[in-house]
Design a protein around this ligand. Structure first.
Ligand code: AMP
Ligand code: ZN
Length: 465
């Protein structure tokens, strides 16, 4: 039942219909490394994957969405040491900030958000399996995957033998330069951050966490594996090798990769120092939905160049849609109707989304519709029906269309965010009197705060969802 989504699959290098599998429809996205603010390039990928999940839901699929948190990594270890904090404390702080940004950008919460540090036993068990079947070997307390023992290596990225063998440059003790690390022996610079294993103290390599955690929560042959295009090689290639060599089964049915956000033709990245965070965008005077619109406005498989102008254009576009929806609301003159069950008036837009998530073409249809429509000539019922469909579309895109300029829910201001962060710190320090006082202040500003296992969530008091 429901509509059929067509999607590009990196493995097949073609656009194919996404099958509705009878078992759990697993979607796995490689999540952030939590040592600093995520930048808006990272959010281009997370927003595209969020829109994919939203579209799947509306099209009648039943996605079970897993996005991990990488908390064991050179950068998290160095960061925690510099701050004099435990790895747990340090990564919890940055995970909370990531969650705050995700909420402001209207990202749906994953069904499960596993952390590498919470899944050591699963990672060790997987490495043991690989050693037992000869696709991995131990050297001086580290363990490596032997790519020569895995003939399928390179299937996703289709790189040449020479490129594959270039590997990641880590570990001079490897049998072959293309072999990659599964377990890293502890080194003096790790300080007291290491974990026990059958090979001595150390820590898992980056790639193994995604294989272990996707296996745990989604099994093999899950529906879609997603991430930014830079993860294709070596990360996803290595994930495939680990999972498939250990289980003999296909890891994922299809692969979804998001092209980079660029600045002046170069990838936005921490190492190039050309990045913006969501806070930078706020300081420039733009609300998070404006950024979300700008990041969605290019097709996800094309690189997107980020400029101030793209934010200004996004703000204008959102304002125009909001005005159209306000006019519909006046014509209808009643409470905002619930989300429509299906698209009829806005179906041409929806069809573009079903065609490999073609947001730019959908936006083209959208503005043609807005331009052509004569709201004053609509009946009350007609206006209500169209509004209900705009509500469906705003769910698909995670953008505020029908609630005035911006839904207050998405426009958590700096002051509110600051109070919420202060309250989180007070809670972490078990200063409950201060935390209650900050909760009251937030309530006075119209915000309700709730605590969950992964941090807080803000919701505007008295808003209809
Ligand atoms: P990281 O925290 O570095 O592991 O990255 C998190 C996600 O952001 C990964 O899926 C990356 O592929 C993606 N990513 C990193 N830089 C960019 C960029 N400039 N544009 C789009 N996605 C990116
Ligand atoms: Zn991954």
């Amino acid at each position: 039942m429901g509509a059929e989504l067509k999607l590009y699959d990196t493995m097949a290098r073609s656009i194919t219909a996404v099958a509705k599998s009878p078992k759990r429809f697993g979607v796995y996205c490689c999540g952030p490394t939590v040592y600093n603010y995520a930048h808006i390039g990272n959010f281009r990928t997370f927003i595209a994957v969020d829109m994919l999940v939203r579209t799947l839901k509306l099209a009648g699929y039943d996605p079970f969405f897993v996005r991990n948190i990488t908390d064991i990594d050179d950068k998290t270890i160095t960061g925690s040491q510099t701050k004099g904090q435990s790895l747990e404390e340090f990564t919890r702080h940055w995970t909370d900030i990531f969650h705050g940004d995700c909420a402001a950008l209207q990202l749906l919460e994953p069904d499960v958000e596993p952390r590498a540090a919470g899944h050591l036993a699963e990672q060790i068990e997987l490495i043991e399996k690989l050693i037992a079947n000869g696709t991995a070997y131990e050297k001086n307390g580290s363990v490596y995957f032997r790519i020569g023992a895995w003939p399928n290596y390179g299937r996703l990225s289709r790189l040449s033998e020479r490129e594959l063998r270039a590997g990641d440059g880590e570990g001079s003790e490897k049998e072959n330069s293309g072999d990659f690390v599964l377990w890293k022996a502890a080194k003096p610079s790790d300080g007291d951050i290491f974990y026990g294993s059958p090979w001595g103290n150390g820590r898992p390599g980056w790639h193994i966490e995604c294989s272990a955690m996707s296996l745990k929560y989604l099994g093999t042959n899950f529906a879609i594996h997603a991430g930014g295009v830079d993860l294709c090689f070596p990360h996803h290639e290595n994930e495939i090798a680990q999972t498939e060599a250990a289980t003999g089964e296909t890891m994922a049915q299809r692969w979804f990769h998001v092209a980079h956000l660029q600045i002046g033709g170069e990838k936005m990245s921490k190492s190039l120092g050309n990045l913006y965070t969501l806070n930078d965008i706020r300081k420039m005077g733009f609300e998070p939905p404006v950024l979300r619109y700008a990041l969605l406005s290019g097709h996800y498989r094309q690189p997107l160049n980020f400029t101030d102008d793209s934010l200004r254009a996004a703000e204008k576009a959102l304002g125009r849609i909001a005005m159209h929806c306000m006019a519909l609301r006046e014509q209808f003159d009643g409470d905002l109707p619930p989300m429509a069950e299906k698209f009829e008036i806005l179906e041409p837009l929806w069809n573009e989304l079903l065609d490999d998530l073609h947001v730019p073409r959908a936006f083209g249809e959208l503005f043609t519709h807005v331009q052509r429509s004569d709201v004053k000539s609509l009946s009350k019922v007609g206006a209500a029906q169209e509004l209900a469909e705009w509500r469906r579309l705003e769910f698909a895109l995670g953008l505020p269309f029908t609630g005035g300029k911006y839904e207050p829910e998405t426009a958590i201001g700096d002051e509110v965010r600051k109070l919420a962060e202060e309250r989180q710190i007070a809670r972490n320090e078990k200063n409950f009197a201060k935390s209650d006082e900050l909760r009251d202040q937030l309530e006075k500003l119209g915000w309700h705060i709730e605590d969950g296992p992964d941090g807080y969530r803000l919701s505007a008091i008295g808003r209809k969802k």
